[in-house]
Design a protein around this ligand. Structure first.
Ligand SMILES: Cc1cc2nc3c(=O)[nH]c(=O)nc-3n(C[C@H](O)[C@H](O)[C@H](O)COP(=O)(O)OP(=O)(O)OC[C@H]3O[C@@H](n4cnc5c(N)ncnc54)[C@H](O)[C@@H]3O)c2cc1C
Ligand code: FES
Length: 511
């Protein structure tokens, strides 16, 4: 700890540390010039970057070093140790870099280096005439940013049906809803970012149709936009309940910032909420509303929450965590009707409810693709490069079904990090990179003090192996198919194991 900056951990690298303290493939957390710095030794080279992830400030020193990169333990962003660049979402901004000197067996961190703009991968004049992106969510925003970062200089238009600019959607059911994260933390970028990047961001701009022959999109207000190439990133929309009372104003869904704001407003004046659905969103909402002091009841048809994704044992454990914090479950039943102050269940039971949140899954927004003659197969069908069957049109995020080499199946996944990484890959491929989308899927969920991290994809499995203890919130759950092949790994309290599993699964992908 330094005397000048007692809040920073580790040695002061400007005063030097013995080289013997840093083994090959190792990292040391310390400080320089009042900032937390990570010094790593990779391939004999010494490299120094900022120690805090630019996503949610995760501790990179607790991550994993892979060649000349480091992966964040919290949500698996990846940074270059050479340039500080955020190579993989969910981090979008680089970390700082420092010059390292080695003298007389001692390592010193010297001055901070100017983050050199990454060498553009394409010539400034290359790529399509113009690019239109439909959808201002995870995939659309990541695509727009990547196009500019990779040197594309021609017009980019980002059309979003939402009234708000791109924002941190996962937080809408977590800290923001719980009242623990301010609204300022929700936008992914400040408003001026898009103008500075010459990205024309049009909000409240819902696209009504695509004309692939004329290479034009039409907005619902009649305005038209020509495109040289197009990315479809329209995401998914909540499945709506159609039972008596479902159009009452106290029945809420959660997909947008406006939805989350409406929930917060409802929660402020309420005592008791009913959540329909025991999936991730339903349970995150339940946890956040408990954090606001509401009485919360969860209604769902399954006997074990989240069983389809995490299995029975983990599902039952999650239920227990919720029950310990006062959430009441009504499982094996569904709502039959709503009125202004009650939910009536199929079982006949009546629950008091000042408001209701329905989280029973989403459907991909594929209507535009269908109308444009793009092949649709339970999502928008794309090839390994995320291109659709219509030349010049790519798709990314919750709508895209792609050939996943890890599982050997065509899959569509609703994860934030997958959507951002697909947006990045689609953007690079529009500029000619010819990069397969091979990222191992990753998602996390936060409920009360429980974070689950999940890598891989197991639509179904034959066996689960649990290493460690669920009650101690310290375990690794491996999902395997009959032959023993590892399909996915869930961890609680073991972030490094989650990264190790990601790396192991990556290594099984046959090039
Ligand atoms: C509350 C909540 C919490 C979540 N938490 C997690 C989590 O913890 N971890 C995780 O991995 N995933 C989480 N997810 C899932 C994750 O947010 C999605 O997988 C991700 O946002 C998908 O990105 P996308 O770009 O495909 O779609 P979206 O982010 O939904 O963006 C779609 C965009 O398209 C726009 N659009 C749609 N139709 C049109 C049209 N016709 N014209 C113009 N624009 C249109 C929409 O307005 C929106 O801007 C969560 C989702 C929600 C709703
Ligand atoms: S804090 Fe690093 S990836 Fe989220």
């Amino acid at each position: 700890m330094s005397e000048e900056h007692p809040e920073l951990a580790g040695p002061d690298f400007s005063k030097g540390i013995p080289i013997a303290d840093l083994a090959e493939g190792g990292m040391i957390l310390g400080q320089a010039g009042g900032e937390a710095v990570l010094v790593a030794r990779s391939g004999g080279e010494l490299l120094a970057i900022g120690a805090e992830c630019t996503h949610y400030h995760g501790p990179l020193a607790e991550g994993v070093l892979v060649a000349d990169t480091v992966r964040c333990p919290w949500h698996h962003a990846c940074f270059s140790l050479r340039t500080g660049e955020a190579l993989r979402a969910p981090a979008l901004n680089p970390v700082s870099c420092w010059r390292v000197e080695q003298r007389d067996g001692t390592i010193y961190v010297r001055e901070k280096l100017e983050t050199a703009a990454r060498a553009a991968r394409i010539a400034g004049h290359g790529g399509p005439e113009s690019i239109v992106i439909i959808g201002g969510g995870a995939a659309g925003n990541a695509a727009a940013e990547t196009l500019r970062r990779d040197g594309y200089t021609r017009p980019i238009t980002l059309l979003s049906a939402d009234d708000a600019g791109p924002y941190d959607r996962p937080n809408l059911s977590k800290d923001y809803l719980a009242g623990n994260a301010p609204e300022e933390s929700i936008p992914l970028r400040p408003p001026e970012f898009y103008a500075d990047q010459a990205i024309e961001l049009k909000l409240g701009a819902r696209v009504a149709a695509i004309d692939p022959k004329a290479r034009e999109v039409k907005l619902i207000d009649g305005a038209g936009h020509d495109y040289g190439a197009l990315i479809l990133a329209t995401g998914a929309a909540p499945v709506r309940l159609a039972i008596p009372g479902s159009d009452l104003p106290q029945i809420h869904y959660l997909r947008t910032l406006a939805d989350s704001r409406a929930l917060i407003a409802a929660a402020t004046a309420a005592r008791r909420a009913v959540v329909i659905g025991a999936s991730f969103i339903g349970l995150e909402v339940a946890a956040s509303l408990r954090a606001r002091g509401l009485e919360v009841h969860v209604v769902a048809p399954e006997a074990h929450p989240m069983e389809r994704v995490v299995g029975r044992e983990v599902g039952d454990f999650v239920r227990k965590v919720h029950e310990e914090r006062g959430v009441v479950f009504h499982l094996g039943t569904t709502p039959a009707s709503f009125d202004r102050s009650h939910v009536t269940l199929q079982s006949g039971e009546q629950l008091d409810a000042d408001f209701v949140v329905v989280g029973i899954g989403v459907r991909p927004e594929k209507m535009l693709a269908e109308q444009a003659g793009i092949t649709v197969d339970r999502g928008v069908a794309v090839d390994a490069y995320l291109e659709t069957n219509v030349p010049g049109i790519w798709a990314a995020g919750d709508i895209a079904r792609w050939p996943d080499r890890l599982s050997g199946e065509k899959i569509r996944i609703e994860h934030w990090v997958v959507a951002e990484r697909q947006g990045q890959t689609a953007a690079r491929n529009m500029l000619g990179a010819r990069e397969r989308f091979d990222a191992v899927p990753f998602f996390w969920t936060q409920q009360h003090d429980l974070q689950l991290s999940y890598v891989g994809h197991a639509a179904k499995w034959d066996r689960t192996d649990i290493d460690g203890s669920l009650p101690a919130k310290d375990c690794t759950v491996t999902y395997r198919e009959g032959g023993g092949r590892k399909l996915a790994v869930l961890t609680i309290g073991r972030d490094r194991d989650s990264l190790a599993a990601e790396i192991e699964l990556e290594d099984t992908i046959v090039p």
